[in-house]
Structure formats: structure tokens, C-alpha cells
Design a protein around this ligand. Structure first.
Ligand code: SF4
Length: 282
């Protein structure tokens, strides 16, 4: 059996940075420490942090004092102001690449463009990018939505950092027919592009593809979707417990990748289980 494991599987730079900041904070501020929303979209990693005293609070109203960590997805302007008013100690773990997307969206808005964000409207990163813009903003997550919108005089486009490049390109192409002037900032993170490309390459070569990551992780869901288009035998699992031996039986080539918020220990557990299963069944 050949197991192809993606080199890019697991924590990206931004998630690793946020985790390191949270671990450091857990040592320095053992009392009244929390994150605003789960630090990353991975329940196992969040549970691990909770055991170290890093609680999850979903609303600033529920944080009376102490230290609050803003996650890698960024935070809305409203929440930032509220946290400052409450005089909370802030640790800002917003990924610098997400900050860049926020900056470009504001830049476009200030220069009179309607801002089009290619992304999931309910994702915290998109909510944070949008929060700085009062009006003239649209969020589109598929080609059907953009077809219904416009026309515009000036349209500025940015992307959620973990969007599929293919979808981004499609939406940019359609928008060229809908606005007189179109300005595009490709804010898709390199780490995402590399991870998606590598997953595509592996999916082409295997008979079964396993994608590991939080069920609530948008980038993992997208990764699984991209792989599934190429290899229908693609399975998105959160932990090793979900790995079904039936998927692996009679498969000679298996692929393994993981989302940007999947801890290495979870990937290793899945990898080892696949290897053990295959060695026993040969
Ligand atoms: S995927 Fe890219 S932008 Fe998003 S947190 Fe990771 S490094 Fe930052």
C-alpha cells in the first residue's frame, strides 16, 4: 500500500502563531483568560486549550475582566471597541495575512469602490472584514449570487483568505461584465493555495482520499470538496475514530491531507491507523 501524505497538511503559519500566543498566555495569565470564540476551528485543539485554562467566550458581554485573545480570523471593529471600553487586556492573534485582506477592503471602500468579498458570509473572518465597511459591500460565495448582483460603476474585489482560487477567478471574470471599473486584490493566502494544489495532485494519484479537520472548519470543508471533485472516494473526518476501515479495503494508493487548523497529533493518529490497518490486511 502506498500512503501519500501532503507536506502542507496541518497548522498554517497563522494558526500556529495563534496557538503559540494562547499557550504563552496560559503560562503568563493563569486567571481570567479566554478567547473570543473558539481560537481555531478544531474542537480537539480548543479542548486542549481549555484544559490549560484558556476558556471560550462567544460574546464580549460575558467577559467582565481579564485577558481576551482575538483569534486568527480577526475581530470586528465593534468588538475591538467594546473590549477597549471594558479595559480588557487584549492579545491580538489575528493572522497578519487576514489583516492585509481587511486593509485592502478598507482601501477599496475609501477609494469609492463597492467592495465584493468572495467568501462565506457567516465566517468570522468575512464578518470581521465586512464590519469596517458601512455600506457598499457584498459577500458572494458562489457564481449564482454574483449573477444576481450589480451593475456597478466601480467594483473592488477581495477574497476570504482560505477561498478556492478557482472560484475567485470565476467571480472576477463574471464581475468584468458587471462593472465599468474592476480592481482586484487577490488576498487568498499562499498557504491555502499550496495546500489546495498539493491536495489536487495527490487526489489525482490515489483511489481514496482522507481529509482530516474540524467539521466546522471552512478551509477543511473546501479542501474535501476540491478533492471530491477529482476523487469521489474522499472522506472528511475530524478524528481517527471516524476512520472507517471499509474505505481503505482493497485500495492500493491512499492520500491524506488536513486543514489549516488540524493539529499534527490528530494527523499522525490517522496516518498510523491507516498504516496499521493496511499492514494487517496484506
Ligand atoms: S490560512 Fe493563511 S491567512 Fe488564514 S490563518 Fe492561516 S496563514 Fe493566516
Amino acid at each position: 500500500m502506498k500512503l501519500l501524505v501532503a507536506k502542507s497538511a496541518g497548522f498554517c503559519f497563522g494558526v500556529k502563531r495563534a496557538m503559540d500566543m494562547a499557550l504563552e498566555a496560559a503560562k503568563k495569565y493563569p486567571k481570567d483568560l479566554c478567547t473570543l470564540g473558539p481560537l481555531i476551528h478544531n474542537p480537539q485543539a480548543v479542548k486542549f486549550l481549555e484544559q490549560l485554562g484558556v476558556k471560550v467566550k462567544n460574546r464580549l458581554e460575558n467577559i467582565p475582566r481579564g485577558t481576551v485573545i482575538f483569534r486568527s480570523h480577526g475581530v470586528s471593529l465593534k468588538d475591538l471597541k467594546k473590549a477597549r471600553e471594558k479595559k480588557l487586556h487584549i492579545i491580538d492573534a489575528t493572522c497578519p495575512i487576514v489583516k492585509k485582506a481587511q486593509y485592502f477592503a478598507k482601501f477599496l471602500y475609501r477609494h469609492g469602490y463597492t467592495v465584493l468579498i468572495v467568501g462565506d458570509p457567516h465566517h468570522p473572518e468575512v464578518e470581521a472584514i465586512q464590519s469596517d465597511i458601512k455600506d457598499r459591500v457584498e459577500v458572494v460565495e458562489n457564481v449564482e449570487t454574483i449573477q444576481r448582483l450589480g451593475p456597478w460603476e466601480k467594483l473592488g474585489i477581495v477574497a476570504q483568505t482560505t477561498q478556492s482560487f478557482h472560484l475567485f477567478k470565476e467571480i472576477v471574470t463574471i464581475s468584468l461584465e458587471k462593472a465599468k471599473e474592476v480592481r482586484v486584490f487577490n488576498t487568498i493566502c499562499q498557504a491555502t493555495t499550496i495546500r489546495q494544489k498539493e491536495a489536487v495532485e495527490i487526489a489525482k494519484k490515489v483511489e481514496c482520499m482522507i481529509v482530516v479537520g474540524g467539521k466546522n472548519s471552512g478551509n477543511t470543508q473546501r479542501l474535501a470538496g476540491i478533492c471530491r471533485e477529482i476523487q469521489p472516494n474522499t472522506y472528511h473526518i475530524e478524528t481517527v475514530k471516524e476512520l472507517n476501515p471499509k474505505w481503505l479495503a482493497k485500495r492500493e494508493k491512499i492520500g491524506l491531507t488536513a486543514g489549516a487548523s488540524t493539529p499534527l497529533w490528530t494527523i499522525k493518529e490517522v496516518e498510523e491507523r491507516i498504516r496499521t490497518f493496511k499492514s494487517r490486511n496484506h
